[in-house]
Design a protein around this ligand. Sequence first.
Ligand SMILES: *[C@@H]1O[C@H](CO)[C@@H](O)[C@H](O)[C@H]1NC(C)=O
Ligand SMILES: *[C@@H]1O[C@H](CO)[C@@H](O)[C@H](O)[C@H]1NC(C)=O
Ligand SMILES: *[C@@H]1O[C@H](CO)[C@@H](O)[C@H](O)[C@H]1NC(C)=O
Ligand SMILES: *[C@@H]1O[C@H](CO)[C@@H](O)[C@H](O)[C@H]1NC(C)=O
Length: 717
Amino acid sequence: MKSQILAICIAALASHVSGSTFSPARPPAIPLAVKSPYMNTWLEVGGDGGSGGVLPGHWPGPQPGSVAGTSGSVTGWTGLIKVDGTSYTWMGEPNVNGVSPQSVTQESFEYTSSRSTFIMNVNGKVSMNVTFVSPVTPDDLRRQSVIGTYLSVSVAATDGRTHSVQLYADTSAEWTSIHNSDVAQWSYKVNNGVASHQSWRQNQSEFNADYPDDAAHWGHWYWSTAATSSMTYQSGQDTTVRQNFLSNGALPNSQDSNYRAISEDWPVFAFANSLGNVGQTPVTTLYTIVHAQQNTVYFNGASGNVPVPSLWTSYWSSELAMVNFFYNDWHNTLGNWDYKYATESLAAGGQDYLTITTLSARQAFGAVQLCGTAEKPYLFLKEISSDGNVQTVDVMFPAMPIFLYSNPILVKYLLDPLFENQEAGQFPQKYAMHDLGSSYPRAIGHPTGDGEYMPLEECGNMIIMTLAYAQRANDNNYLSQHYDILSQWTGYLVDEALIPANQLSTDDFQGQLANQTNLALKGIIAIEAMAVIAELTGNSADASNYHNIATSYISKWQGLAVVSSASPPHTSLAYNDDSSHGLLYNLYADKLLGLNLVPQSIYDMQSKFYATVSQTYGVPLDTRDMCTKSDWEMWCASIASSSTQQMFISKLATWINETSTNRAFTDLYDTQTGGFVDGPFISRPVVGGHFALLALNDAPANAVGKRTNVVEKNFEA
Ligand SMILES: *[C@@H]1O[C@H](CO)[C@@H](O)[C@H](O)[C@H]1NC(C)=O
Ligand SMILES: *[C@@H]1O[C@H](CO)[C@@H](O)[C@H](O)[C@H]1NC(C)=O
Ligand SMILES: *[C@@H]1O[C@H](CO)[C@@H](O)[C@H](O)[C@H]1NC(C)=O
Ligand SMILES: *[C@@H]1O[C@H](CO)[C@@H](O)[C@H](O)[C@H]1NC(C)=O
């Protein structure tokens, strides 16, 4: 029932490109194994070297490394199949002693939130469904803690006959490091019916990683399948191993123990399955790839710098036990969240909205890792590609909607490390810190008070995120626990928010600017959020003080921010610059928290205005250039009139379908050409912000119940 509804929605938008259809759209890059900052393998679609979205004939690559990193590396992943003695390639671009087996014909591609499915036709005889699933299970931390991806291949005859079929898949040592001169080591293990090739970088170096390529220098990779009697395996040189399969349809069950550099006779880890005579009943082979790290981050918390374990270590006593569980759990992780995200996106924003959110889910969850213990979990976030920071507050903020909507406790697990570090006195500034460390996974903080300077931005973000979590979890305790530091940050806002000094906002690629209208608005909304926090924690004198300040500021802000003489009127990018404008995305927080601080006339005015400045692929971020941010567009869309909302949504869905870039859902793009904007904005967690509309589902109508609104000013006279 569930899957039928989904299939109908998806089929309605199937598109034809290079022989294959794509539904619900043809994305710039297709997620294959996207589950953590270090398991982020995509098939590049756009661009000169792109595959056009066709699986056979191109190597999958780690993003951002393969498109913008220093390495240009790939994650070698090969699929071959023999049907009645003829060999074909279904994944990768293997060259076997100068010969590349012909590719199977890709007929269609389809994605959901956790799944990418390619349907192949093998010479009119056999169809193959190749499905990659990186589970998204935000309500089940045990399952979400496994850094693993499934690859399921099912084969059936389509011509009414039976065919002799052998299936082959390998991974290369390139998964262990992006540096081909690094030495890899490997072994083969069978545990309770699951066979695994284990491989790793021989020089294990915990908490070291490459930037910007996002490759870890520690941990083990497990490439696994069922240990059945029809399965054979081999590790060894790529050409040797693949030639064995092409010649014999099977492998010699042998291991190469000459551990060596990745590019020295390219070691690969292979499985072959003899499927026998396949008729119309599909025969399925399941593989998994898992990345296992005992420790994930190095964290300067309340008790100084300590290693933090990966959360999976709380649930399984060994890597193999975890791998076994994951392999056998295939049917349990499939579907539920795909269904929820799809149906609720469809109901909230329509088919184009589903196209956007379902492409975003794996990417957002792929930038975070569950760590700590079952009693005290943390969710650590990597600012993938743009600078590799840990727990960047103004990246968590745009990403927050997906976490808030999927499971609000995840927002607490993101905030906790920042509170712990700063409440332990590890950041000697009166404003909130920008990030917990300049390079993931070293969450070592900024004990000297340095780090990127975005004081107003981050004070506002911390207060707004804290209240957003507490409202949905009914956790007033959390507010009491952090009241002191939240008050300190609010003090900063009271001093600085109304007339913002020359500084960066989160859109730091645009440079510094004084008097930013949108930044001031965030600060003022956060002061009102603190009034609510004060009220919820019994600090009523603070509550009325903050409320009075916020109310007075917001009416002054309207005088400074609104260009009422413009036609149509709108807010400026910066005070006193009447020819400027920008996306007023911080207004979203007023709705998200149910504050009702900002008059409805401001919402209506912006809503009307955006439609007058939109370009082919969206509305520019501001008057400085034609680029925009997809996350902020969806924030604005979610609080706009329904026609403006649909305008934003349909232009972004069109961009996904048409952009020439091969960068995993780049959130920074050109609204006129649809291309990416220079600078690495690849596979970033901020696409979680595309769930802004869904996160409003649980927004309180009125945060405190009995506020009198500020007097509305009418700017449209
Ligand atoms: C592949 O998927 C399609 C669509 O879901 C289904 O109709 C077909 O039976 C599947 N084929 C195999 C071989 O599993
Ligand atoms: C091991 O790798 C680390 C970087 O992760 C490097 O600093 C160190 O020199 C390497 N050790 C050897 C013996 O190559
Ligand atoms: C910011 O705006 C205020 C209020 O209009 C003005 O007094 C001040 O000069 C502006 N600051 C800058 C740097 O433009
Ligand atoms: C994607 O493009 C195809 C072909 O150009 C078109 O048929 C389809 O409607 C488009 N889908 C979206 C979501 O824009």
